[in-house]
Design a protein around this ligand. Sequence first.
Ligand SMILES: *[C@@H]1O[C@H](CO)[C@@H](O)[C@H](O)[C@H]1NC(C)=O
Ligand SMILES: *[C@@H]1O[C@H](CO)[C@@H](O)[C@H](O)[C@H]1NC(C)=O
Ligand SMILES: *[C@@H]1O[C@H](CO)[C@@H](O)[C@H](O)[C@H]1NC(C)=O
Ligand SMILES: *[C@@H]1O[C@H](CO)[C@@H](O)[C@H](O)[C@H]1NC(C)=O
Ligand SMILES: *[C@@H]1O[C@H](CO)[C@@H](O)[C@H](O)[C@H]1NC(C)=O
Length: 417
Amino acid sequence: MGGVVNLNSLVCKIVFLFIAVLILRALLLPHNNLVFMTNNVSPFGFVIQQQKFLEVPQIVWGLNNQKIAFARACLTARMLNRTLLMPSLSASLFYKEIDLLKPISFDKVFKFDKFNELCSGFVQLGRYSDLLNTTKVIELQKGSGRKWTVERDLDQLRDYRNGSFDDYEVIKIVGKNPFLWHDHWSVKDYAQVFECLVLVDEISQEADRVVSMIREVGRNHDNDKGSIQNYVPYVAVHMRVEIDWMIHCKKLEQRLSTNQICSSKNEIMERVGNIKGLNKNPTVVYLAVADKLLQNSSILEGWKEGFLPYEKKKLGVDKIYAKYPYLIQSAIDYEVCLRADVFVGNSFSTFSSLIVLERTQKMIKLGVNGMCESSDVKWPSFAYNIQGEFNGPMRWVTNMSDSSLHAISYGTDHISC
Ligand SMILES: *[C@@H]1O[C@H](CO)[C@@H](O)[C@H](O)[C@H]1NC(C)=O
Ligand SMILES: *[C@@H]1O[C@H](CO)[C@@H](O)[C@H](O)[C@H]1NC(C)=O
Ligand SMILES: *[C@@H]1O[C@H](CO)[C@@H](O)[C@H](O)[C@H]1NC(C)=O
Ligand SMILES: *[C@@H]1O[C@H](CO)[C@@H](O)[C@H](O)[C@H]1NC(C)=O
Ligand SMILES: *[C@@H]1O[C@H](CO)[C@@H](O)[C@H](O)[C@H]1NC(C)=O
């Protein structure tokens, strides 16, 4: 046996040496284009002759601020006809202490190759190892302050698109995080980038586990034990009742002189309880809450009969979440809300708004008509902070023809329905 193994490994070594010689020969012979070619062949066989890159500052704050900031960086790179160097996201959620924003590589959260495959011909991500000459960098300082208007910002980008910057391999944008840059793109452009963001397998499998636990609870509570139900629907509610949010939303209500932003726990339970058609069977309600920020576990009490409220702890999935930093926990919760049969959120939350955007896209793909009217459409979403019919929450779809993402980034009470 040992002799055979040794012989095999000897054959392996010879084959390896042979291949190594071939590769070395290819590299040493004078066709320099080889390096360019291997990096830049797109799935359609199109070869980009000159690789130009855009570098952006670390992307920070909540998962959805980060997604928007990332998409904005991609669209900026698209405008400059450059490849975006894969930026760092942030694993933790610290608003002010920049030092504590633990960087996490984009490809630890989303699939890198899948992104480029899905977004091919629209936007493109590159790696720092693709750079040929790290000295050929020019810095672009983003303007700030009241005088730095959207128009000036756009002019600046146009200037940098000028061929006179072609000699620089990298344009490096310095200054604020991309979420705070001026916005020049439509909801459709952002949606196209979001569609290319696919979670890495490890994270999406954790979301699978959480979703199957939720459906399991529903199956166990199904009165009709005789029928073998394979599909048990659930409602996900993105409940924003933690202290930080309450302070923020009260200020916002004052500033916008409205009372349609903050919803108390009771108002949320009341409105969700009034969604037509939900209380016929026992319905599992998954409460997506920021546990760390939540000081009151009473959110599980006071739900109408027929509603089975669960959060991470009661569901027994808190250990799954505990393994991960904030950003990943948030990504799992996002996925669980995205896949819910019914989603209810707050129209002034970026997290809720992005979920509704993706759910609206799913409806459009299914060719759903009357996304606002029909009561039995697939992927319905609601905003609990706005009162709808029968004292329930308001039906909510994203206006895909909006010319900017402002409504989604900063919240709105115009929710298209
Ligand atoms: C982008 O750059 C490529 C390669 O240099 C060029 O062929 C293409 O025309 C450029 N596109 C635009 C929109 O400028
Ligand atoms: C990189 O670019 C700098 C500045 O243009 C140049 O002086 C240098 O020779 C380049 N290095 C390589 C390895 O091409
Ligand atoms: C690019 O910049 C150069 C030098 O500033 C200028 O002469 C030229 O008109 C610009 N080209 C375009 C297309 O804006
Ligand atoms: C939690 O909420 C309930 C009902 O809203 C309230 O009675 C209780 O005092 C709260 N507990 C804490 C610790 O805030
Ligand atoms: C959607 O946005 C477009 C463009 O801003 C606007 O004209 C239209 O009225 C909006 N539709 C709804 C239903 O709000």
